[in-house]
Design a protein around this ligand. Structure first.
Ligand code: 5GP
Ligand code: MN
Length: 344
């Protein structure tokens, strides 16, 4: 609690605050950033939110979206650099390793600002002056809500802030279905609903905003690019650059695709390999008893949560998939070790 008191002291006079989150932000990353930004602005601080890359357009409804700077854009870079140089406080949300924010990572490491890290991923790097970190939390948005309450500012959570935080919790629990959907999650979202989050509207903005191209792409991927290895309880998609181009894929279009592989009866491990400009991006998902984060960290330069993690590969798409299949075959027993699923 000593650390919280120190952060509280930092916030006791108006400050320049720089907020950032991980590459290709999802609803938890952007929702926690904009929810936190909304709260800190209301407290009288000057706040700039900078993302290392772009993010899906189905998040554009979030309050503060129009002012977000994208560090990968030439026309935003100067402003973002200036905000970081002038920052008294830097808040890093939904990531725990500075390599998750591209070049911004080293700039943050060198910064003299007071550094805050709020996150729920495994194996955090120690780079912050104040860290609010718990792998028990389903989402960073859950931690941000708890932080605002601990700072005795619950009443400052308005409809916009509540909506941003609700969105992150909704998506990081897979719509309140993943094993991380605890009693606390429901208590927090109950309060966010009380504070104005509109459940139907938010679900609609995030889940029901498909383009025709995206829906056709999903159909194509399921019928032509899904490999099912029932013998290994595993299924995966391998999507080439050409496939993405054919369906004019935009940021966020592959989001959720991997869940179709995991939804198959008997499948406990699912993966999505997509060929991008800078290599193969990988998403892993698993059922409760299979841990994919260690697998991602050990073999694919990644990490994440027990049942949802990611990584990358510099091999070709074909070679990456072959490596994956061989590894799953080889590590069957460790990967699929049944263990007690704790119910909270
Ligand atoms: P997604 O598959 O949705 O991109 O990512 C799932 C989870 O894995 C997220 O919590 C994300 O932060 C984490 N993750 C994805 N890619 C990487 C990566 O390259 N490195 C690490 N450490 N985590 C990742
Ligand atoms: Mn998250």
């Amino acid at each position: 609690m000593e650390a919280l008191a120190s952060f509280k002291r930092e916030l006791s006079s108006p400050k320049n605050i720089f907020i950032t989150t991980h590459v290709k932000p999802d609803a938890d990353a952007l929702g926690s950033s904009l929810g936190m930004a909304g709260y800190l602005k209301k407290k009288g601080h000057q706040v700039t939110v900078v993302t290392p890359t772009d993010y899906p357009s189905f998040l554009n409804w979030m309050e503060g979206n129009d002012d977000v700077l994208d560090f990968s854009r030439e026309d935003h870079r100067k402003k973002a650099d200036k905000a970081l140089n002038q920052a008294d406080i830097v808040i890093c949300l939904d990531f725990s390793c500075l390599n998750r924010v591209n070049e911004l990572g080293e700039l943050i490491r060198k910064s003299d600002a007071y550094i805050v890290n709020i996150d729920h991923h495994q194996d955090p790097e120690d780079f912050a002056d104040y860290r609010l970190w718990s792998t028990e939390a389903a989402a960073t948005c859950e931690l941000v809500y708890e932080l605002i309450v601990a700072l005795e500012d619950r009443d400052m959570i308005d409809e916009s802030i509540a909506s941003c935080l609700y969105a992150g919790i909704m998506t990081d629990t897979g719509g309140f279905r993943h094993p991380n959907t605890t009693k606390n999650v429901h208590l927090v979202v109950a309060d966010l609903i009380d504070l104005g989050a509109n459940v139907t509207q938010i679900a609609n903005w995030i889940y029901d905003s498909n383009s025709v191209n995206r829906l056709k792409f999903i159909g194509f991927a399921i019928s032509r690019r899904l490999v099912i290895r029932e013998d290994l309880h595993m299924a995966y998609f391998a999507i080439s650059k050409k496939d993405l181009k054919k369906y004019q894929s935009r940021t966020g279009d592959t989001e959720g695709l991997v869940n179709y592989a995991l939804s198959l009866d008997g499948i406990k491990l699912a993966a999505l390999f997509s060929e991008r400009e800078d290599g193969i991006k990988i998403s892993f998902r698993s059922s409760a008893e299979v841990a994919v984060n260690k697998f991602a960290a050990e073999y694919f330069n990644g990490g994440g949560h027990k049942n949802a993690s990611g990584g990358k590969s510099e091999l070709s798409l074909k070679e990456t998939v072959e490596k994956f299949e061989k590894l799953v075959e080889k590590h069957q027993t460790e990967l699929f070790q049944e263990e007690e699923v704790s119910v909270q």
